[in-house]
Ligand binder design. Structure first.
Ligand code: NAD
Length: 339
């Protein structure tokens, strides 16, 4: 089976090479087709951030394992990441936040394990970037929430919750203030929830949700949110499990799915071979499961958990220097633990 791979910018190539070498070591029957996508191609004049050949390959293969991509700086410059999500209508962004043994956090120290799955609506809301100056002193941004868009993300969330055996799904929103837009998102949530009577559906105002996530994270199992609120709160959840280095994601569409880490291209540490490849590696496990390669996904996850439990870590987490490894060494340790 062939999949498309875009290595990305900044730390992208470093963590992608680490991830591909680990997947390769499992013997997964996968061929990687590396495509031209990222800042370089944006700067070469491809406004979508990819060549037409890359676009064709991704559409043909339907699965893209993607490294982080830098957003070109300046007014009017489009994010390649947002363009890709819109281009292929990847309407749901699933992000999994799970405590990992060996990754010390405030909650692990208190003996509270975390397991939260967040679904962020991925193509609507304020992310159209439709903004303009109304007058010299007034900036205006348009926000779109549609019934079909909301229904499809809620359906995805409940189906996913049913498959994973979740008992409750919570919808975060700000419908108390944005009564029409968030109101529609919430109305669609309860409409879809009716078809899943075995799952407890409830809702919560997003500011209250933010507070409860840091004080009582175990109250939540699966959370669905509009785009911007989901973007912010998923970084908060990454903090609960040790930081951005541990937050994987899957962008789900009907024809193309994109698997990538939640974090960005980390320009501050790029080129030093010190980045943590874990988030991309767990994203690749989500991809392997999506492709039916559950055996390989489990093998990688177990090997990663063993590596973390043995105390090996990259510079962004862990204690002490004696088991601190660079990106390449960390991936080699995971490969060693596969055997
Ligand atoms: P970032 O996520 O790149 O970095 C934030 C902080 O986390 C930095 O200190 C960085 O060193 C650290 N960090 C991130 N990933 C890490 C890893 N794997 N290992 C160790 N440390 C890690 O966020 P930013 O600096 O705001 O964004 C940089 C660029 O990435 C921007 O151009 C932004 O638009 C883009 N971005 C891309 C994506 C994506 O491709 N999906 C997501 C977010 C941001």
């Amino acid at each position: 089976m062939r999949i498309a791979v875009a290595k990305g910018d900044g730390i992208g190539p470093e963590i992608m090479d680490a991830t591909l070498s680990i997947i390769g070591a499992t013997g997964a029957p996968l061929d990687f087709e590396v495509v031209d996508m990222g800042k370089t191609w944006y700067e070469k004049g491809h406004s979508s951030g990819m060549t037409p050949e890359a676009k064709n390959t991704i559409e043909q293969l339907g699965v893209l394992l993607k490294g982080p991509m830098e957003t070109p700086k300046g007014k009017g410059m489009k994010s390649i990441n947002v363009t890709a999500r819109k281009m292929w209508s990847t309407y749901a962004n699933k992000r999994v936040f799970k405590s990992l043994n060996g990754v010390e956090t405030v909650f692990s120290k208190a003996g509270i394990p975390i397991d939260i799955t967040m679904v962020r609506e991925n193509i609507e809301d304020t992310y159209g970037g439709i903004e303009h100056m109304l007058t010299e002193d007034v900036a205006l941004c348009r926000r779109f929430i549609t019934r079909p868009g909301s229904i499809q993300v809620h359906k995805y969330t409940f189906e996913m919750a049913r498959k994973k055996g979740a008992k409750k799904v919570t919808c975060g929103h700000k419908a108390n203030i944005m009564k029409i837009t968030d109101g529609l998102f919430l109305e669609c949530f309860y409409e879809v929830a009716k078809d899943y009577p075995e799952i407890k559906a409830s809702d919560i105002i997003v500011d209250d949700l933010a507070m409860k996530l840091v004080s009582r994270p175990n109250d939540f199992e699966v959370i669905v949110l509009p785009n911007l609120q989901g973007d912010i709160l998923s970084d908060l959840c990454a903090g609960l499990v040790g930081g951005l280095g541990f937050a994987p994601s899957a962008n789900i569409g009907d024809n193309v799915c994109i698997f990538e880490a939640v974090h960005g291209s980390a320009p501050d540490i790029a080129g030093k071979n010190i980045a943590n490849p874990t988030a991309l590696l767990i994203s690749s496990c989500m991809m392997l499961r999506h492709l039916g390669m559950t055996h390989e996904a489990i093998a990688i996850e177990n090997s990663l958990y063993n590596t973390l439990q043995q105390g090996y870590h990259t510079i962004d987490f862990g204690i002490g220097k004696d088991k601190q490894l660079n990106t390449t060494e960390f991936s080699q340790q995971i490969i060693k633990n596969l055997q």
